[in-house]
Write a protein that binds this ligand. Sequence first.
Ligand code: PMP
Length: 902
Amino acid sequence: TSVAESSVLINSIKTDMELGSAVCAVRSKRVLVGDEVRPAVILIKDGKIHQILSDGEFSEDVTCEVLDVGDSVVMPGIVDCHVHVNEPGRTSWEGFWTATRAAAAGGVTTIVDMPLNSIPPTTTLGNFHEKLREATEKCFVDTAFWGGVIPGNQLELRPMIQAGVAGFKCFLIHSGVEEFPHMTDCDLHAAMKQLQGTGSVLLFHAEREVQITEENGDPSQYSTFLQSRPDVMEVEAIRTVTELCLQYRVRCHIVHLSSAKPLKLIQEARQAGAPLTVETTHHYLSLCAENIPAGATQFKCCPPIRGSINQEQLWSALKAGHIDMVVSDHSPCTPELKKLESGDFNQAWGGISSLQFGLPLFWSSASKRGFQLPDVVRLLSQKTAQLCGLDHQKGNLALGYDADLVIWDPEREFEIKEANVYHKNKLTPYLGITLRGVVCATVVRGQLVYRGGSFCPEPLGKHLLIPPEEKSSPAVKHNNNKLGVCSAEALLHLLPKIFGGFCFTRHAAGNMSTISVPKPKCLQKPLVVPHRYMFGPGPSNVPARILEAGANPVIGHMHPEIFEIMGDIKSGIQYMFQTQNNMTLAVSGTGHTAMECAIFNAVEPGESVLAAVNGIWGERAAEIAERIGARVNTIVAPPGGFFTNAEIEQALSKYRPVVFFLAHGESSTGVLHPLDGIGQLCHKYNCLLLVDSVASIGGAPLCMDQQEIDILYTGSQKVLNAPPGTAPISFSERACQKIFNRKTKPMSFFLDLSWLANYWGCDGKPARVYHHTGPVTAFYSLRESLAVLVEEGLENSWERHQKVAEYFHTGLENMGLKLFVKEKKARLPTVTTIVAPNGYDWKEITTYIMKTHNLEISGGLGPSVGLVLRVGLMGCNSSKDSVDMVLAALKDALKHCHKSKV
Ligand code: PMP
């Protein structure tokens, strides 16, 4: 019986119900309820299963139409969580329209689309939105979406989770398409860190390159291809997956396992508590290498179809529950790409199309091996739904679940003929074979989408966006199925293994202090930090490489390895500051700590200090100096302005200060202060030049020695892209002379330079003495951030920031916005101040952009409050892409925020 002929037999369905209409009841002599097949009537309301009645309980005189399917089996629709739809971009290969019709014809009520082979791939939030737009009104069954993890996109993962992807897929070997590169170990760690605590799942194409002896066999022989992808490639990849899974306890899933060899590794990892699942596909279970003819490239897929002994091992593992689920891995392409004429396995696209035939393919082999209908539902619907967070809604014929039903005749046979294949390219290795199990009709959320070769006229499927909350408590959810995160008991069991057999004993109750403050509930939830574009004046985004450096083990802050790292940091700061100063180090603290360190050490009570005030930082410096009893004078320029050397000289000669403070990058007003000649002027008046470069270093030219700067400091959180918490500082010979000849001790012990100089090995003494416990992990990040700067080169970094700033400024002016700093050469390339747009509330703009674009920009600070918007593009954020994002966000905000008419 062919599928087309089955439409005749379907007359047993006593209805003339139109395709596409809502079904209110389905009646059959064989409904699979739980593990039992029995006569029943399923009542459907609002697309959900409302009631399941035994045949006797059902009264015929219901007002709606009943779909009576005789003795066809009714069970939950198939959830195929591994489908390459390839739209947008490669619609000649497949597309939502054709793929979901093929799905409906095969009793598949939900598909989950893979992130690759479409162009663009689903690897950014923007691309995901594009995918959703493309899939709109083209789906005949429900469709969920996997995101993709590729090198460098880790900051996109959390936004995609928020937006509703089911989880992510990545490759450990070339994916076959250039736009979806595979992951290195370093990329994997970065991605796992992002996924920790989200409850999301990472899917692995688990093959890895291994050293294999080159065989130049006949490329039209299947054996040649098979030898090129041996089992060990899967074993090695899965070893990596199990290690990652155990280390991070992030849910991991191995897609399309073809080799039985890694099963032992997988089982061991699971027993150790790894939240790891694995799928195999219909083709590995139904096709054997021995039977693949020469040149039959429609059988090519990666990993490859292996021999019959291996296949029996896969079936045994499925029976034993060691493989969790079976999917199609429907991966179509055009006939040209399959190289059918040449039959060259090396050149042909790897992928097998079988979405429509999953159920009968599986059943034809499984029923012979003693699998029953409940096994089919478990392996093809429930476990797959669970993997993608749909198990509360799909894959179960139970009250409240979506009324997704496949109505089929498991005993009847049919032959696969090209005319009855509904996916776009009718290429499939199964043409001409006879299978058991004819799908008669498919119901999606209560609507009849397919019946005997005909489809509802319009697509009825919907996008399934998985709410992140559903995935936020993996421990609870996945403990139930024994695959999840380690239970408390299991952990107790493991502890002796981890800690070498130590025994933890409780003190007798009498000796114990009584606990009266209970454990805070908030700390029993996982830490969740959202991804955000950090385009304000700081902190900036921290790239994975630097975050990862900070995740290295903590060792003693006075261990030789840390001293070496501190030495590296010192060299990095000398390069960044362009100085030979020996007294160069990083204080433990933020920019303010360095500010205080400079002033507390260089100034004694009663001494005269001059501060240039053209924004908040001069005000702050003056305030700090006042607090230690200095006599403070200021020169003041309006916000957005700066000082000429003549004005500075005049003040130096008038106030005769010991220290003159100047902010190179005035981040509150967006001014880059000229520096040339000021050091020389200060020295003429026997004064030290103290420069704040927190917002400018690395992003605008500065050479400490050449410009005769005596004390220079910065922070880690801006151009350096390290987390806040360390602050580079350097002192010239002249500054050291003054500091080490003070009459009084500096008022801060913590910031006393003689202590810091010893801790940083700058005082020439043979031994370092404990002063404070250096933040070692912050040192790791700082070192890495300096390495990034060294890698790019200082001049290149200056130039990049300048070019990006100019591109940004032009974009702003083209939008009709005005720059706050009038003089072009005085515009700080790292932090741009934009005149607050007329008629708008700046706060509403920044709030709107944060809410709608997940992007931070800020208002003014100190004297610029209410006057400006501030945008910081620093370090890795200084790129044209970031500029385009900010401009788009600003345009959108100006369109949507309230504008007063006055
Ligand atoms: N100086 C300047 C120019 C700054 O921009 C900042 C930070 N915005 C600081 C000093 C203070 O740095 P922190 O916030 O790290 O203490």
